[in-house]
Design a protein around this ligand. Structure first.
Ligand code: AOF
Ligand code: ZN
Length: 371
């Protein structure tokens, strides 16, 4: 598929700039063009606030202009929080609308409404780029479960740390900053009880060293109730969900509940927590995207259940040798994984390798709405 036009690229950049701040709304960008020049632009506000198109149109006289938007403008539906963008566009006198992608929630009705009002509508400019940008939203809309990113940090010999040698942290400043930006752009972060016991992480998003205004939900998998309710992750800086199994100690549960933590009881299959059940529950709570940060058994369980959509592997230039803890734990099933759409980002001295696993494929862009 072809590259977006420059105006659509500008709208995509706006959408990307608000990724993770609008959920469960999709992050959308819109630019208004007159005589070959951008005269106004907008991006989606946090949930409940104005949409991208409304933000762009509020800023100028839009009569006779072309509006580029990354997603199909919305139409009325029960429970809607903002005025429908189609009506705002029509009322503003826009002449032509260029849309990258249809919104599965709108299903072509927005395009139809604009065309019925006599507006020229073109669909498909930048469709591939917007599909990738909106992968979490599209998967959640299609399957009702979050888009899962597995994040790992590994040495050149595939180890995630060497506690016996006092090495629990591998990456440098640039990689840490990148990981915090990613945390700030998702709805939730998940770790296993082993990571809480070993590292006592806060699991907050701190891009540029400062806490992000919107913190991801923190999720801890703790089937047996091994974690200390006084751990840093349980401090009330962001919502916390603990997924446990039947039989974890009632006193431990009570201590967590007293801290305002949400407890989910999951079934166990062959001794392991039902992760699909967890994702369904999270999807129902409007969690569209999730970073799984480990440790190795948690990663293995997610990969083994074929629930990982994207891998972020930070590779750090050292060998941890015979004391290294392997990324793939021995005795635990772990599938072969090939990545596609691979991007490589140097974060000296580390390197980030990112790619899609293909576990879920976004639907092909629909270019013509059904009649
Ligand atoms: C747009 N532009 O920027 C976004 C859209 O409850 P509301 O009024 O906020 O509407 C939410 C729905 O609007 C959401 O489910 C999705 O289908 C669409 N999001 N639409 O025209 C935007 N964020
Ligand atoms: Zn809208």
């Amino acid at each position: 598929m072809s590259a977006p036009s420059p105006f659509m690229q500008a709208a995509i950049d706006l959408a990307a700039s608000v990724r993770g701040t609008t959920s469960p709304n999709p992050w959308v960008g819109a630019v208004l063009v007159r005589d070959g020049r951008i005269i106004a632009q907008g991006a989606t506000a946090p949930y409940g606030g104005p949409h991208a198109e409304a933000n762009a149109l509020a800023r100028t006289d839009a009569r006779g202009t072309t509006l580029y938007c990354t997603l199909e403008p919305c139409v009325p539906f029960p429970g809607k929080r903002t005025p429908p963008c189609t009506e705002t566009i029509i009322a503003a006198g826009v002449r032509r609308v260029v849309i990258a992608l249809l919104d599965p929630h709108v299903g072509g009705k927005g395009v139809q409404r604009l065309r019925n009002a006599g507006i020229d509508v073109e669909i498909g400019d930048g469709a591939e780029a917007v599909t990738n940008l909106l992968r979490p939203y599209l998967k959640w809309r299609q399957l009702g479960i979050p888009y899962v990113i597995a994040k790992v940090a590994v040495s050149l010999d595939g180890a995630v740390g060497a506690p016996a040698a006092g090495i629990t942290w591998l990456t440098g400043e640039a990689a840490i900053a990148r990981a915090h930006r990613d945390r700030a752009s998702v709805d939730a972060i998940l770790v296993g009880s082993g990571t809480v016991l070993a590292d006592d992480p806060a699991l907050t998003a701190r891009p540029n060293g400062q806490p992000a205004p919107r913190q991801p939900v923190r999720i801890v998998l703790d089937a047996r109730g091994r974690t200390d309710p006084a751990a840093r992750v349980f401090q009330p800086t962001a919502p916390v969900i603990v997924a446990t199994a039947p039989g974890s100690p009632p006193t431990w549960r009570q201590a967590l509940l007293q801290r305002g933590i949400t407890l989910l009881e999951l079934e166990r299959t062959e001794g392991r927590l039902e992760l699909r059940q967890l994702l369904q529950t999270l999807g129902q709570r409007n969690i569209q995207s999730l970073i799984v940060e480990g440790g190795p058994t948690v990663h293995a369980s997610f990969f083994d259940a074929d629930l990982v959509d994207e891998l972020h592997a930070y590779v750090t230039p050292r060998l941890l040798g015979s004391v290294g803890l392997p990324l793939v734990p021995p005795q635990h099933p772990f599938p072969i994984v090939h990545l596609d759409n691979v991007e490589i980002e140097p974060l000296p001295p580390d390197v980030l390798v990112r790619g899609y696993t293909g576990s879920w494929q976004p639907p092909l862009p629909i270019l013509t709405p059904e009649a």
